[in-house]
Design a binder for this molecule. Sequence first.
Ligand code: GDP
Length: 476
Amino acid sequence: EAITVQELANRMAERGADLVKALFKMGSPVTLTQTIDQDTAELLVTEFGHTIKRVSESDIDIDSSSDVDADDTLQPRPPVVTIMGHVDHGKTSLLDAIRGADVVAGEAGGITQHIGAYQVTLPDNSKVTFLDTPGHEAFTEMRARGANVTDIVVLVVAADDGLKPQTVEAINHTKAAGVPMIVAINKIDKPEAKAQRVREELLQHEVIVEDLGGDVQDVEVSAKAKTNLDKLLEALHLQAEILELKANPDRAAEGTVIEAKLDKGRGPLATVLIQRGTLRVGDVFVAGASSGKVRAMIDDKGRQVKEAGPSFPVEVLGLSAVPAAGDPFTVVENEGRAREVAAYRQGVIDRKRTTSAPVSLENMFASHASTTMEFPLVVKADVQGSVEAIVHALNRLSTDEIKVRVLHSGVGAITESDVTLASASGAPIIGFNVRPNAKAREVADRNKVEFRYYDVIYHLTDWAKGAMAGELGPEI
Ligand code: GDP
């Protein structure tokens, strides 16, 4: 895969001349229109302090002609769902209740295995996959690592408690990811449940349910009394149909590691969510920077399976080392190739540790390709009045060319959750009379998230104006 110097410069948002100069210093005199190979391009990207992010594994598969599956190879696949909501609103209870509602769980005679995800079969034989780690932290962490596995978010709101800070966070994280949402209004068995109040509170956060004229489905449920679980599953099925989720099952498998651990008896284990293709026993693969050969696969009901298709979660045995959650999982032709890809990825990981800017090629490319650019921000302040004033002032800076997008705003110290969100979206975090806590600072350090502290609003807007102008660059 070769790229011209100019094209690379565009993607990096750097001046072509500067790239030529750097290349010259590196001992490769080339002109703007000449192509350079992948390795040189990467070296250059790193040199300029950008982070390399692979859009797809095919980037390293130099032989593969095209990595996009043709339309006629695509078949419907089950949706992958993450449950989010405030603590104690019933996320875990709902996950358990839905698992119990699975029509095949009983007849299979299997024993529930907690492998990090599970799949339920509806009476019409359609399926829905649930990720077992609820909450927006895990969701956004995966996203920050480049793994977008969730198709639909179920937002759980307890009808006796209404919207709470983490509910709002979950809404904002979901919106930042552009993932559609279904609201499960839980605990309707309680006498003090007020479902309508929940709908109205959602309205204030621009989540408009169908009854109120919006397009967000909501379902009143009780995880405890197992009320309306079928309706929730139907809503998910419907949303999946709207999304037209499809994948090619007839190709080498690709997926994402959902969970991984070292088992005393069985060695390294990883739960993989297959995203396209079909994984089979005997397949050679790379998972993150480790490789292996599928020795066996076990599903969420404890059954050994011979193959796993799109949206199917399986625990894979046969890894050489423990990968990390969010790592890509790719089947390759042979073990030599697996070692090569694994070594290559290790190199990318090592280089990432030493680079500085949190910008990815993919992000830069995306923002330059669209007509209106976005300037994402996370805003935290000491009091609600300031939060509102700041968000208002920032929104007024939007122009036709670049729009301010406040991904999340709230009162209080900057938390780890704020940092993960910012990191996943390449956004700086503004602290107005507030600072990050220790954990947030640590995560920000690791992910190169920028903090900006202010105590005067117009200082903040001055900075934002300048930064937005900088984003647009001189040529646009
Ligand atoms: P999570 O923190 O969101 O995972 O919430 P949990 O699932 O742990 O539930 C918190 C508490 O709410 C537990 O005591 C549950 O038994 C209770 N709970 C969950 N769902 C319901 C429900 O539908 N009705 C009632 N009455 N209680 C529920």
